[in-house]
Design a protein. Sequence first.
Length: 156
Amino acid sequence: MLVFEVLSSPGFCYLRQVAKTKTISQSQYEHLAAFRYALRQFLHFSEEAARAAGLTPVQHQALLAIKGFQASQEQMTMSELAEQLQLRHHSAVGLVDRLVSSRLAIRESLNSDRRFVLVKLTSRGERILEKLASAHEEELRRIGPQLRALLRKLTS
């Protein structure tokens, strides 16, 4: 069996073969496929919830990344956002442009160094994110037992 290492940086992801290991049993493939399917179902739920709230899925991910980034700050630089979302810097800038024009986020420049732009949620962005986070928590409570059982099977 081939084993690959995932190498990534913002905007890039590729696999590199690292070593051979034991063969995977049919039941392991089945558990892995079931786990992947459960994750994809959750991601589909998340994408649809974002659209129902008037956001694109990546806008929702950006709001969550900003709010969840070092809670004491609740703001992040454009580079940090690009890294969190695995985007190229210019793509993150375009995303923030759209968040700002939708009144979901604001930009703040540091007085000490105007090259650094911080991104922070507006109260509107906070309200929308709170509704989405609540719906996501409820969905995770619903599917959590299934995910835990699948993870136990995969890691035992």
